[in-house]
Design a protein around this ligand. Structure first.
Ligand SMILES: O=CC(=O)O
Length: 352
């Protein structure tokens, strides 16, 4: 027999997670599940109105978890479980002060985002925006082929460009999975920036070097050297104040004219105005962006959307069936564990 409703823990879930995942919550004997009923981003007013008395909340990147929301939930709240790896929508100080646990979904999306990072490097280098629009607009029959039309820099090493250098701004799980995919393309050099206070970067470099003996060099470098030397720059550091506009005009000016910039982390890391200028003036070859400052308000009139060598995707890095099922499962497990006072399978440790 299920316990009566009054003994159940109320949990607020801001999206229906579908028939594979919802039963984990709905059939759980200790939970009373309140789910946002619509197939769109949850209204703030609905969220706040349902929080009082909740023991847990399972949220998306779209929900701001700040003092307002936490205070609405009140003292009953034990856990916030976000279905995302990143947590820049969460006020970490506010949540730590209230002793609420935070669960997130690392690892399960690493491969999906690494796949997409390589895809964007290929798309930006190979003029995919202009070339697909030729076909989509029915212009292929009139297309005047020429020996060098639509050529772009090749991702793989070749006799013309035997060294290939990948530069990573941020060198965590996703960056390292991206590097793994670039080894068969013949990449020869790996540069990365890292947390300047961490002293483990030389051991990171030597373990990567040992793993991939075909790499001629693996080094942690400063941003200037990374900009100057890389054939592809992958932006894969977390968002937040410390990384705001880390790719700015000074950085872009130093890039190779044949290099490509890929951002699959957060829009705030790349100064959009500087990137527009850089693309217009040919400081770099092209850009592949899965995230843009100010998203999702990126319309047809946005200058980056209009740039022929800038491929923009609507933040779909983790959008594989496999990854989203993994994320939703882990988010549900984090929620349940937090509500029952058990260790979370993936807890972000907060310092008070
Ligand atoms: O951007 C996606 C995530 O943080 O999970």
């Amino acid at each position: 027999m299920h316990s009566s409703t009054s003994h159940k823990h109320k949990v607020v879930v801001t999206r229906n997670l579908g028939p594979d995942i919802m039963p984990l919550l709905l059939d759980h004997p200790d939970l009373e599940v309140i789910t946002w009923p619509e197939d769109r981003v949850c209204d703030r007013s609905w969220f706040l109105a349902n929080l009082p008395g909740a023991s847990g909340a399972l949220v998306m990147l779209s929900e701001k978890i700040n003092a307002e929301a936490l205070d609405k939930a009140g003292r009953t709240l034990k856990v916030v479980s976000t279905m995302s790896v990143r947590y820049d929508h969460v006020d970490l100080d506010a949540i730590a002060q209230r002793g609420v646990k935070l669960g997130h979904t690392p690892d399960v999306l690493t491969d999906a985002v690494a796949d997409l990072s390589v895809m964007l490097a290929l798309m930006a280098g190979r003029n995919s925006k202009e070339t697909t629009s030729i076909v989509q607009n029915g212009e292929w029959p009139n297309f005047n082929w020429a020996p060098f039309s639509f050529c772009g820099p090749q991702l793989s090493a070749s006799s013309f460009s035997p060294t290939r250098t990948a530069g990573f701004i941020g060198f965590g799980r996703i960056a390292q999975a991206t590097l793994a995919r670039l080894i068969p393309f013949g990449f020869t050099h790996c540069l990365f920036t890292g947390n300047p206070t961490s002293n483990s970067s030389s051991s990171v470099a030597s373990s990567i070097q040992a793993k991939y003996p075909t790499l001629k060099a693996v080094r942690r470098v400063g941003l200037d050297e990374l900009a100057r030397e890389s054939d592809v720059v992958f932006v894969l550091a977390p968002g937040g104040d410390k990384t705001y506009h880390i790719v700015n005009e000074a950085f872009l000016k130093q890039m190779k004219k044949t290099a490509v910039l890929v951002n699959t982390s957060r829009g705030t890391l790349v100064d959009s105005d500087a990137l527009i200028k850089a693309l217009r003036e040919g400081w770099l070859w092209g850009a592949g962006l899965d995230v843009v400052e100010g998203e999702p308000n990126i319309g047809l009139d946005h200058p980056l959307v209009r740039e022929p060598r800038c491929v923009v995707l609507p933040h779909i890095g983790s959008a594989t069936n496999e990854s989203r099922l993994g994320m939703a499962t882990l988010a549900a497990q984090n929620l349940i564990a937090g509500v029952l006072g058990e260790p979370l399978p993936a807890e972000l440790k907060l310092t008070k």
